[in-house]
Design a protein around this ligand. Structure first.
Ligand SMILES: N[C@@H](CCC(=O)N[C@@H](CS)C(=O)NCC(=O)O)C(=O)O
Length: 215
């Protein structure tokens, strides 16, 4: 896998999952800024890159061909296979990682990302919608908090792509407006363990684009 480009932008926790994996694996990569806030993901040109209209997209050369893949979970799986890093030891381990990746994509990240977007970026959420999303987000946090009560990493004895996926939005803790250390201490300690991995960077130091003004 050569000549890696990641379509991404700094506020995107989903892009961060892939960017963090690339950095932790010390793979050389170039960010390609996605101008999400000016509607790039909705443009025809971007839909030609990713018909789903989302960042991240990983572009790379393999066997002389230029390839593209989207969906952070698939990108993480691809990179784990290509590098032998942050993967699993056996089939049962693979299923465990997959279980948490799906939980992350369906609930953990999706409620958190939507809630954070409304409170920190759009700042125009209907209070009833915000209340609903926050409750769903906190419910997902509680499940991960419990999982991390007896173990250091989400899906195995070592860090896996499940950890890298689930942490995608949690370094935006101040924007989400949650004191993780007080409310979810296991999650907070786990984020510290991920941040101690060589190559770790905060999303705003890893991807192009401006951090939103603090709420
Ligand atoms: N499940 C997707 C979610 C990707 C996603 O929602 N990306 C956002 C940025 S964080 C996006 O590009 N949204 C574009 C839009 O809604 O127009 C993944 O994990 O890659």
């Amino acid at each position: 896998m050569d000549d890696i480009t990641l379509y991404c932008f700094a506020q995107s926790g989903n892009s961060y999952k892939a960017a963090l994996m690339l950095n932790l694996c010390a793979l050389p990569w170039t960010p390609r800024f996605v101008d999400y806030f000016n509607g790039e993901t909705r443009s025809e040109a971007y839909r030609a890159v990713n018909p789903m209209g989302e960042a991240p997209v990983l572009e790379y050369t393999a066997d002389g061909r230029r390839e593209r893949v989207s969906q952070s979970g698939v990108i993480l799986d691809l990179l784990a296979g290509a590098t032998g890093r942050f993967g699993w030891a056996d089939e049962a381990g693979r299923r465990e990682v997959l279980r948490w990746l799906l939980f992350d994509n369906h609930k953990f990240t999706s409620y958190t990302a939507t809630y954070r977007w409304l409170v920190a970026i759009a700042r125009n959420g209907d209070p009833a919608v915000l209340e609903f999303l926050k409750a769903r987000m906190l419910g997902a946090f509680a499940i991960a908090e419990r999982q991390l009560g007896t173990r250091d990493w989400i899906a195995g004895a070592q860090p896996t792509i499940a950890d890298l996926s689930m942490c995608g939005y949690l370094y935006f803790e101040d924007e989400i407006g949650i004191d993780l250390g007080r409310e979810f201490p296991n999650l907070k300690r786990w984020l510290g363990r991920i941040a101690a991995l060589p190559g770790w960077k905060h999303p705003y130091d890893l991807m192009p684009g401006q951090a939103p003004a603090r709420p």
